[in-house]
Write a protein that binds this ligand. Structure first.
Ligand code: COA
Length: 282
């Protein structure tokens, strides 16, 4: 289904596209024929990723911008349209996060994460949405969320609030802008190792191992798994999917929710003993 040329004719703007999952999505989209434009704060990773894509025969350009600044977002979109043509899709992937007990946060810490995640996603969506509506061009938005949009999560409260807001944005505009042929969807990834997120939210190797062992599949996500899902949702094959959020976490968030799921830790020998005891009691 991921045939060569699947995304041909698309110009995709990816925020946070120089590093981590943004970079992986950019590489995959370019491999499947899209022109990609990468926007983020730090120039060096943007330049490196764009070069990597070009070396592989893809089309990529980049522009530095802080998504918290609406004027900067407008400017980078103008630049994108000059370099990769009219943007057909947006991936709101830029994020900010760190773990911290909430009572230790300053209002500015909260504002900083919410500014990047919620305001930033709104800025890029608004700027491109207006262009699409005015030019009567269809468009697609893909928002990268997290599984704790379903549950909330302690220790990442600014991120949980901001991502939940982006889910509301996705569902609200999916309805409001469908008449303009603008589709909005989201992905809720579980744990996918990246340099940026891992350093900020996984405080130690022991915590990482604890996390991995508690995972129902005993492993974290692979970047290509998320990139392929993003491609599908951006492609015309997903043309009737609108306003949805697809979880990709190997079942991890459900593992944490089910009351008896900790029984995964019960060894087979104990189940054997319980079975024997049950049969004896009959
Ligand atoms: N714990 C508690 N507070 C923190 C913090 C931490 N680990 N890191 C930053 N803050 C606070 C700062 O103290 C500051 O508040 P103050 O002005 O009241 O002291 C506020 O957050 C802003 O920090 P600053 O470093 O000035 O912000 P920034 O805008 O340059 O950076 C962040 C934004 C904080 C989100 C930063 O982590 C970042 O740039 N992240 C981008 C990449 C990323 O997070 N990737 C992971 C995605 S999952």
């Amino acid at each position: 289904m991921f045939e060569a040329g699947l995304l041909k004719g698309q110009s995709i703007l990816i925020t946070g596209g120089g590093t981590g999952l943004g970079r992986s999505m950019a590489l995959r989209c370019a491999e499947l024929g899209a022109k990609v434009f990468l926007a983020a704060r730090r120039e060096e990773p943007l330049r490196a990723t764009a070069e990597e894509i070009r070396k592989k025969g893809g089309a990529a350009a980049w522009g530095a911008c802080d998504v918290r600044d609406f004027a900067a977002v407008e400017k980078v979109i103008e630049q994108a349209e000059k370099e990769v043509g009219p943007v057909t899709a947006l991936v709101n992937n830029a994020a900010g996060n760190f773990v911290c007990p909430t009572e230790r946060l300053s209002p500015n810490a909260f504002a900083s994460v919410v500014g990047i995640v919620l305001n930033g996603s709104f800025h890029a969506t608004l700027a491109l949405g207006r262009r699409w509506i005015q030019a009567k061009r269809p468009g697609t938005v893909l928002n990268i969320l997290t599984t704790y949009v379903w549950t909330g999560s302690g220790f990442v409260v600014p991120s949980a609030c901001a991502k939940a807001g982006v889910l509301a944005l996705t569902r609200s505009l999916a309805v409001e802008w469908a008449r303009y042929k603008i589709r909005l969807n989201a992905i809720a990834p579980g744990a996918f190792p990246t340099e940026g997120a891992w350093g900020r939210v996984i405080p130690s190797a022991e915590y990482e191992e604890h996390h991995r062992r508690r995972h129902p599949m005993q492993r974290f996500g692979r970047h290509e798994e998320l990139a392929n899902l993003a491609v599908f949702l951006l492609s015309p094959q997903a043309g009737y999917i609108n306003g949805d959020c697809v979880t990709i976490d190997g079942g991890q968030w459900l593992r944490q929710g089910g009351q008896f799921n900790d029984l995964l830790e019960v060894p087979d020998a104990l189940w054997d003993e319980m079975e024997k005891a049950r049969k004896k009691a009959k």
